[in-house]
Design a protein around this ligand. Structure first.
Ligand code: FES
Length: 96
């Protein structure tokens, strides 16, 4: 942890940012619910996120609030972010 890494992928390889991070960063205990938006083991802080690459799962705000994050739009569940050009140059800090 505490390292900076630039990740690249191609369109369609990963369903969401959680899958990309888990695959490329070899993170243990990351994304444990498989992207259902309930476990909060994939929380990230995003800086510079463009657009709204959101899957729009209603579980996300409930889960984030349950883990103490309310009204912090930069805090996201990475499983709820689509991998798209909206993520280009976004700085993602893994919080879990
Ligand atoms: S993988 Fe469980 S909330 Fe994202």
């Amino acid at each position: 942890m505490g390292q900076n890494t630039s990740l690249e992928t191609y369109n369609g390889k990963y369903r969401n940012l959680m899958e990309l991070l888990k695959d490329k960063m070899y993170l243990d205990c990351f994304g444990e619910c498989g992207g259902l938006g309930r476990c909060a083991t994939c929380i990230v802080n995003t800086t510079g996120l463009k657009g709204s690459s959101v899957i729009k799962d209603r579980n996300e705000p409930v889960t984030l609030e349950r883990f103490g994050y309310k009204d912090e739009p930069q805090i996201r569940l990475s499983c709820q972010l689509l991998v798209s050009s909206d993520l280009d140059k976004t700085i993602v800090k893994i919080l879990v």
